[in-house]
Design a protein around this ligand. Structure first.
Ligand SMILES: Cc1cc2nc3c(=O)[nH]c(=O)nc-3n(C[C@H](O)[C@H](O)[C@H](O)COP(=O)(O)OP(=O)(O)OC[C@H]3O[C@@H](n4cnc5c(N)ncnc54)[C@H](O)[C@@H]3O)c2cc1C
Length: 570
């Protein structure tokens, strides 16, 4: 979009999005002396980061690693993140397609970024670094630390945690709230309910980035920049057409994006950047079969049932989430069927399983024997769930958990609102199995479930329970018949989680096509490392770049920097 005649507001640095990336970038830029405006689409800050587990993966030899006697270095971290020899049990390579420049910049700045967080008041749970971030952070050393939730009401519940848990529980609130407080105190200006709709550039394919357009409750405003626009909009997994560029199976029914409905990740940053000539690089990890890119639900009977995030009535977004969901303790209590009432996999099967620190014994960085040491043992639950019904249409369609009154008792479920979302079409019940199938009517159920199919599936499964053998899918010792009414069907469709790959695109590369006189476009995300967890680190580097605090800015200016942000300040 060409520059408007007049800007309504301006700052040296304009940041889009008040999540992990945006707030860190804003704060780092402000502390470097720049005036900063952050625009945020939602009425609240935090993005997916504030809903997250607060597991912080940095490494490289930071103060906590030293305190607990863990040897690490930037070199080791970098080498881990580009190690082509590591594969997961399904053969997927988590690091092979990583962007080396990004990995290098991440590794080189990891300690500084972590210490920066501490200096802003982020409190860390007092324990040794562990491997909880799975493969994202490499194999050579435990690197994950945890942001303590402290004294802020959790966004999931609207309540404070018990006093005993505040310093011991990891939470994204514990990361984002101190950062927001520090940014506000430092004079960063936050404009909530300001959704960026376009980025202004003098001309394409050359010309400065001059600012952005935003939608503020229906009114269009323009915000100018004197140095740079930093995109921290999170990613694109909430945009169905965008994500289907990478995986055609990810059709509309994958509507339970983890982190929604707190905030969306609708590709608006990527699309706006591309509209002014940017390109996206290093997106392979978007659809990598590792980590939690697409996940089995943790809770059923609700739209948002991601395993690591539940919404409760006290949350300020509960009116949008509508139900808490029934947390599944034991998948033996249900069978899972597709849109036409047929089972498709062992229900106790797992989503993609990663190797993590400690999985290789010994781990030999860069050694071809690593791959050979991995026993091929794919977890194909997700692929089976996304396989569809063979009617020539993409997408797996809804997956329903079918169970009976005895399962409800065994799990101590309360199958009524606000635990389940009956009004939204994510939960049904009936006195008979046939009636249950007929009741399943909702927007993603594009063909009716034949009652006879579901009845036959349940009968057959009950036979497996009698014989002790699942002749169809080898579920280990099928335990419970589905025989006692009422019967239930609860939404159990996989979720597109933005965890690994946060699918954020690598728009950092967008900067490569921008040649601005004073202004640059810096896009900060980490898709080219399967470690979205490094966002604060990337943002930190980006902000330093924009404010001229990165020593290699000259090399960056010529496009040959080894850092991740090829900001062209001509
Ligand atoms: C349940 C859950 C648990 C997780 N656990 C962890 C964990 O333990 N450790 C970890 O490292 N990672 C975790 N993650 C991933 C982590 O939260 C993300 O990698 C991180 O939040 C990405 O940061 P971001 O700033 O890029 O995006 P976000 O934090 O999502 O922030 C993006 C912000 O941009 C705003 N925005 C979007 N579009 C626009 C627009 N057009 N105009 C203005 N504003 C806009 C959004 O509203 C949002 O506030 C988890 C994610 C989820 C959902």
């Amino acid at each position: 979009m060409a520059a408007p005649a007049r800007f309504d507001d301006d700052a040296e640095i304009v940041v889009i999005g008040a999540g992990a990336t945006g707030i860190v970038a804003a704060l780092a830029a402000r502390q470097a002396g720049a005036s900063v405006i952050v625009v945020e689409a939602e009425a609240h800050i935090g993005g997916h980061a504030i809903c997250s587990g607060g597991n912080l993966s940095f490494g490289g030899g930071n103060s906590y690693q030293k305190k607990y006697g863990i040897e690490d270095s930037a070199e080791l971290l970098f080498r881990d993140l580009i190690d082509w020899t590591v594969v997961e049990p399904n053969g997927a390579p988590p690091y092979r397609y990583n962007d080396h420049e990004l990995a290098r910049a991440f590794a080189d700045n990891s300690v500084a970024a972590f210490e920066f967080l501490l200096a802003q008041g982020v409190r860390i749970v007092e324990q040794a670094p562990d491997n909880l971030s799975g493969h994202e952070i490499g194999m050579s050393a435990p690197r994950t630390l945890h942001a303590a939730m402290m004294d802020w009401p959790a966004v999931q519940t609207g309540k404070l945690a018990d006093a005993a848990e505040r310093t011991t529980t990891s939470s994204g609130n514990g990361l984002m709230q101190p950062l927001y407080a520090a940014a506000t105190a430092a004079g960063v200006k936050f404009l909530l309910r300001h959704r960026m709709t376009a980025i202004h550039r003098e001309a394409t394919p050359s010309g400065s980035v001059t600012g952005i357009a935003v939608d503020n409750d229906g009114a269009t405003r323009h915000i100018g920049t004197r140095r740079a626009v930093i995109i921290g909009t999170g990613g694109s997994s909430g945009n169905v057409n965008f994500r289907r560029m990478f995986d055609p199976r990810l059709t509309d029914e994958y509507c339970g994006l983890a982190g929604m409905p707190w905030s969306d990740q609708d590709a608006s940053g990527e699309l706006a950047a591309m509209a002014i000539g940017a390109s996206l690089w290093g997106l392979t990890n978007f659809s990598g079969e590792y980590g939690t890119g697409v996940t089995k639900p943790g809770s059923i009977g609700c739209q948002y049932g991601y395993a690591n995030l539940r919404w409760f009535p006290g949350s300020e977004v509960f009116d949008k989430a509508r139900a808490t969901g029934l947390k599944v303790g034991d998948w033996q209590n249900v069978i899972l069927v597709n849109m036409v009432g047929r089972r498709f996999y062992d229900e106790t099967g797992r989503q993609f399983t990663p190797n993590l620190y400690g999985s290789f014994a010994p781990y030999r960085p860069g050694d071809w024997r690593n791959a050979r040491a991995v026993a091929y043992n794919p977890s194909n639950f997700i692929n089976a769930a996304l396989a569809g019904i063979g009617d020539g249409r993409n997408g797996g369609g809804p997956i329903w958990a079918i169970f009976d009154a005895e399962a409800v008792a065994r799990e101590s479920w309360d199958p009524f609102p606000p635990h389940v979302d009956s009004d939204g079409g994510f939960f049904f019940s009936a006195a008979t199995i046939e009636e249950l199938a007929a009741n399943i009517v909702m927007k993603h159920q594009r063909v009716p479930m034949p009652p006879a199919n579901l009845a036959a599936t349940v009968d057959r499964y009950n036979g497996f329970v009698e014989n002790g053998v699942d002749a169809d899918f080898d579920r280990p010792t099928p335990r419970y018949k589905i025989a006692t009414p009422p019967f239930y069907a609860a939404w159990a469709t996989p979720h597109h989680a933005v965890d690994c790959g946060d699918v954020i695109v690598a728009p950092l590369r967008a900067a490569q096509s921008i040649t601005g006189r004073w202004s640059a476009l810096v896009c900060v995300t980490t898709a080219s490392i399967p470690a979205p967890r490094s966002n604060p680190s990337d943002a930190f580097i980006a902000a330093k770049s924009c404010t001229g605090k990165v020593s290699s800015s000259k090399r960056r200016a010529s496009g040959h920097g080894r850092g991740s942000y090829d900001v062209r300040l001509v």
